[in-house]
Design a protein around this ligand. Structure first.
Ligand SMILES: [Ca+2]
Length: 451
């Protein structure tokens, strides 16, 4: 072999080898997409036997793990998002309740503080391209902007709810952003989120990415894709929208989101990255009365199961076998789980559980798992609750109006999923012990915030 021929072959082999390295990199660093629905209930979508046909979510559920006992760490928007993005109970972050759009309220000024590490920051440190398209709701001030908390790109809104057509918040302000600037964009909100997601995937298909898609649907105002805008800048408008048939609008809102899920599944396939991308879809709290939490009791902002047990579907084709799981799980688990599945060691504190072995092998999680909830006395959500195995303790918010003492309930969810039979009187020692644990937990997480 001539020297020239040898060099040519060597160069070709090296080029081939390095291109193989580039080509296999997404396999070693899988992409992560988190879909978060807003106020979507346990009984809303068809994979859970719900009333709205969502064929794409059905396909996702059939291809992956469907969680039947998955909970949000709060029963309202902001605190669940704070917990989700940090893997910490939101009380530790000083975000126990909703961050309000009204600047005359103290709750307007809180938000994600820089000392807390977000999941996006960890992915970005490990070479991921990161983006959020949709609802932030973790602070209105410049220092709370998502681009300062790990996201390379942000398109969306910072408040709790906007008009789906005009993108105006409840105070009558424009609320649609490109990174740190207000930048209006035309289009139906849900479709905009999906379109930006598809474009981002096309642009970043050859590198690892973390894509956070907090949808607005089906949170109020109730507006389907064909319904008109209600809100104008500085105007007066019905907060929940002017549509008469709200049930129809709600259904269309959920179905638009489902179509977006389908569009994203198609682009992943087209780009050949279906098996190197994990998708997790869940809601941020239970539905209002217009939706359905069936067969659960209660609604958003309540501590009954309907307030915090939500649909949750994880899919990673080729890695995770399809099945349903009854494991007691939480939005707090998302960060430790997806980081581990992406091969990233995270040494920061977490209140979540790494579910990677549950997803990959079906390994059971510890029976000692406990979950806690507590609202904020200044907000709509005032109660508290605790789960331990099948047992659920609920402290009704506000207490009994005559005695001012809280109403205490104990349920065995394995027999009484609808929380109808209070066992607190029959099993006072158990109720007392759980009450003590709930109180200790709260002391711990609220002290963490003060220090
Ligand atoms: Ca919500």
């Amino acid at each position: 072999m001539s020297l020239m021929r040898f060099l040519l072959i060597a160069c070709f082999s090296m080029a081939f080898f390095s291109s193989r390295l580039v080509a296999t990199e997404p396999g070693r660093q899988p992409n992560v997409i988190l879909f978060v629905a807003d106020d979507l209930g346990y009984g809303d979508i068809s994979p859970y036997g719900g009333w709205i046909q969502t064929p794409n979510l059905e396909r996702l559920a059939k291809s992956g793990v469907q969680f039947m006992d998955f909970h949000t760490s709060a029963t309202v928007c902001s605190p669940t998002r704070a917990g989700l993005l940090t893997g910490l109970y939101q009380q530790r972050l000083g975000i126990p309740g909703v961050l309000l759009a009204d600047p005359s309220r103290a709750e307007h000024f809180g938000g994600m503080a820089s000392e807390h590490t977000t999941i996006a920051e960890v992915f970005r440190e490990h070479g991921y391209r990161t983006a959020i398209f949709g609802k932030w709701h973790l602070g209105y001030q410049p220092q709370h902007n998502p681009t300062l908390h790990g996201f390379d790109e942000f398109r969306g809104f910072v408040s709790g709810n906007i008009d789906y057509q005009s993108h105006i918040d409840v105070m009558g302000r424009e609320d649609w952003w490109l990174n740190k600037q207000r930048k209006p964009e035309r289009g139906y909100l849900t479709d905009l989120i999906s379109a930006h997601a598809v474009q981002f995937i096309q642009e970043n298909a050859k590198r690892p990415f973390f894509l956070y898609l907090p949808h607005h649907a089906p949170h109020l105002p109730f507006q389907g894709p064909g319904d008109p805008a209600d809100r104008t800048v500085g105007g007066k408008f019905p907060v929940a929208g002017s549509v008469k048939d709200r049930k129809r609008a709600y259904r269309e809102m959920v179905q638009s989101m489902d179509q977006g899920v389908g569009a994203i599944m198609r682009v992943l396939k087209k780009q050949g990255i279906e098996e190197s991308t994990m998708i997790w879809f869940f809601s941020d709290n239970g539905a209002l009365r217009i939706g359905s939490n069936a067969p659960l009791r209660g609604y958003k902002a309540e501590d009954w199961e309907g307030g915090h047990r939500v649909p949750s579907i994880f899919s990673w084709p080729g890695h995770v076998a399809p099945r349903k799981t009854d494991a007691l799980t939480s939005t707090l688990d998302v960060m430790p789980t997806v980081l581990d599945l992406a091969g990233i060691r995270y040494s920061g504190k977490t209140d979540g559980v790494d579910l990677s072995q549950l997803l990959l092998q079906g390994t059971a999680i510890s029976k000692d798992r406990r979950l806690f909830w507590r609202g904020d006395q200044s907000h709509a959500w005032k109660g508290a609750a605790m789960r331990e195995g099948p047992m659920k303790l609920v402290i009704e918010g506000g207490g009994n109006s005559r005695t001012r003492r809280p109403n205490i309930y104990l349920f065995d969810l394995s027999r009484d999923l609808g929380e109808q039979h209070n066992l607190a009187g029959q099993r006072p020692a158990e109720a007392k012990r759980m009450l003590g644990e709930l109180s200790n937990w709260y002391k711990q997480v609220s002290e963490a915030q003060r220090n």
